[in-house]
Design a protein around this ligand. Structure first.
Ligand SMILES: [Zn+2]
Length: 143
């Protein structure tokens, strides 16, 4: 099955691209490379229907210059999830922390090998595979 990216994921990436056109893409990714494939379970690995439900977005939203605001963007998305206005994101990992429905979107320590410092990882729910609605967060052009 040909791999395809969750529409919820591609919509988020598109809005980040639109809001931060000069952003770095050095640490971007969606489909797992061979090394990840061997590692076992990951939303970057296509499921039986070919769906990939994760994206990595490079930390630097302004290529070559500050401010360093990926943490703020993660927070805006996290709060949107917490208020249940946004229901498509399964979890976010950034800077050694993870947030999800567990602990109601509060950051907690991420114990995985990769701390996710160079990029933020966003995972999406299966129900959101075909949901490319606009993300209503102010840093991404929302209200
Ligand atoms: Zn990732």
């Amino acid at each position: 099955m040909k791999p395809k990216l969750s529409r919820a994921a591609s919509q988020l990436r598109e809005q980040i691209d639109d809001s931060f056109p000069s952003r770095s893409r050095r640490s971007d990714g969606w489909i797992a490379d061979a090394r990840h494939m061997r590692a076992g379970k990951s939303d970057h690995i296509p499921d039986v229907e070919g769906w990939v439900r994760a994206i990595d977005v490079s930390r630097s939203l302004f290529e070559g210059s500050e401010p360093d605001i990926m943490g703020d963007l993660c927070d805006q998305l996290r709060f949107a999830c917490k208020s249940k206005q946004e229901k498509r994101i399964a979890y976010i990992i950034f800077e050694g922390r993870i947030c999800s429905r567990v602990l109601n979107w509060k950051w907690r320590t991420y114990k995985g090998a990769n701390k996710h410092v160079k990029h933020a990882h966003f995972s999406f729910k299966k129900e959101a595979d075909n949901d490319g609605a606009f993300y209503q967060v102010s840093m991404l052009g929302g209200e």
